[in-house]
Design a protein around this ligand. Structure first.
Ligand code: BGC
Length: 454
């Protein structure tokens, strides 16, 4: 022990000689980091939080985040630290705009969803219904980057959106969902993902984020808004009794932290997923939820690109319910608006001035479920309120469609490895294919039950 400590002390005096210097915007420290802890000339290693130090241009500036880890990864000036620029990626997109990120932008329509809709509409024989179905392609939805294999699509869309913005003179905004945590969907099975914590998951996840960042960096004229990791932090609030969630807690926090910092460095506006009224909206869950979100926000350096929280993603709740659905009994926050109004002050008192976006893509019909916790392919659902920034609430930046309606929530095939029994409940439409794949019968009811009508 003694000799190891002595050797470590010697090494700390000679950091430049024991490891290569990290590149500009490269990682230079943080819990679990074993790479270079000094930076190339002209940049300074700055502690952004316990998990992540980064080589930023210029000399060291104090940050508001805590630094409880070892001196080897805290602020270290480079040999000749001349300040040449002030913020990561000194592009126009690196200075956050106050207020609503959608203002002044047109939302880019996902070609992936448009193709799904075109094929879905073409399969409908009733021509009136088919025309209504085809019109959904004009409604903006989010593009889910649910595996590394989807990332090249992002590059194509960014390039396309950039060209469109230049040719029309109307700036484009691209909506994405970051969704590839290791041990994903820890409290359910239907959306288990490609990475596992036991098999290099955290490093793989960082690679996934790095590839997304590399694409976005190339198109600073396209604004990107991202929902961060549906269900992940909400699971850490209420589902730590599930072994897989307890086991994932540290990794989820480290990965979400990495995503927030890296995406902020290329100017992505972010909303962390915050479950829905029937989950974190229960009075007993509000304060623990606010504490966790505020902590995550703080650990990520309180970037203004972290706008706030996304609610009701892939769920079915109303923004404002005409009357409480009987299944919500006992919860005064029986719709998303009530939930948001209850959570926002708790977040503010924790130092997180969050605003919200709310998924209404499949919320057109209400009072459909047997239990509020049911989430899989709910029968009778219809497309809901169209995306708009005209939300009626200063706390809500936009009503959005995050879940691409028509894509499945989970399979009802009990022999599938991702079978979740929730998808066989009596209020779930069956037979249902794998999560994320097209579910034509479901799409058709979304179209015919749309409210407002298509
Ligand atoms: C699935 C993802 C899919 C997303 C949007 C999730 O339930 O697991 O693969 O991209 O829904 O449809």
């Amino acid at each position: 022990m003694k000799s190891a400590a002595f050797f470590a002390a010697l090494v700390s005096l000679l950091p430049a000689y024991v490891a290569a210097q990290a590149a500009e915007y490269g990682q230079c420290g943080g819990i679990g980091w074993s790479g270079a802890t000094t930076c190339v000339s002209g940049t300074t290693c700055q502690v952004l939080n316990d998990y992540y130090s980064q080589c930023l241009p210029g000399a060291a500036v104090p940050t508001s985040s805590s630094s409880s880890h070892s001196s080897s990864s805290s602020s270290v000036s480079s040999a000749s630290g001349t300040a040449t620029s002030s913020a990561p990626g000194s592009t126009s997109s690196s200075t956050p705009t106050a207020g609503n990120p959608w203002t002044g932008y047109e939302v880019y329509l996902s070609p992936y969803y448009a193709a799904e809709i075109a094929a879905g509409a073409a399969a409908i024989t009733d021509s009136t219904l088919a025309a209504k179905a085809a019109s959904v392609a004009q409604i903006p939805t989010f593009t889910w980057l649910d595996s590394v294999s989807k990332i090249p699509d992002l590059g194509t869309y960014l390039s396309d959106a950039s060209a469109l913005g230049k040719s029309t003179g109307t700036k484009q905004l691209l909506q994405i969902v970051i969704y590839d945590l290791p041990d994903r969907d820890c409290a359910a099975k239907a959306s288990n993902g490609e990475f596992s914590i036991a098999d290099n998951g955290e490093a793989n996840y960082k690679g996934y984020i790095d590839q997304i960042v590399a694409q976005i960096k190339q198109f600073p004229d396209v604004r990107v808004v991202a929902v961060i990791e549906p269900d992940s932090l909400a699971n850490l609030v209420t589902n730590l009794s599930v072994q897989k969630c307890a086991n994932a807690q540290t990794t989820y926090l480290a990965c979400v932290n990495y995503a927030l910092i890296q995406l902020a460095s290329v100017g992505v506006y972010m909303y962390m997923d915050a479950g829905h009224a029937g989950w974190l909206g229960w009075p007993a869950n509000l304060t623990p939820a606010a504490q966790l979100f505020a902590q995550v926000y703080s650990n990520a350096g309180k970037s203004s690109f972290i706008k706030g929280l996304a609610t009701n993603v892939a769920n079915y709740n109303a923004l404002v319910a005409a009357s409480p659905d009987p299944i919500t009994q006992g919860n005064p926050n029986y719709d998303e608006s009530l939930y948001i109004n209850a959570l926002a002050p708790a977040l503010q008192s924790q130092g997180f001035p969050a605003t919200f976006i709310v998924d209404q893509g499949r919320s057109g019909q209400q009072n459909l479920r047997q239990q509020w916790g049911d989430w899989c392919n709910i029968k009778g659902a219809g497309y809901g309120t169209r995306p708009t920034t005209n939300t009626g609430s200063s706390l809500i930046d936009s009503i959005v469609w995050v879940k691409p309606g028509g894509e499945c929530d989970g399979t009802s095939n009990s022999s599938s490895p991702r079978y979740d029994s929730t998808c066989s409940l009596s209020d779930a439409l069956q037979p249902a294919p794998e999560a994320g794949t097209w579910f034509q019968a479901y799409f058709e009811t979304l179209v015919s039950a749309a409210n407002p009508p298509l």
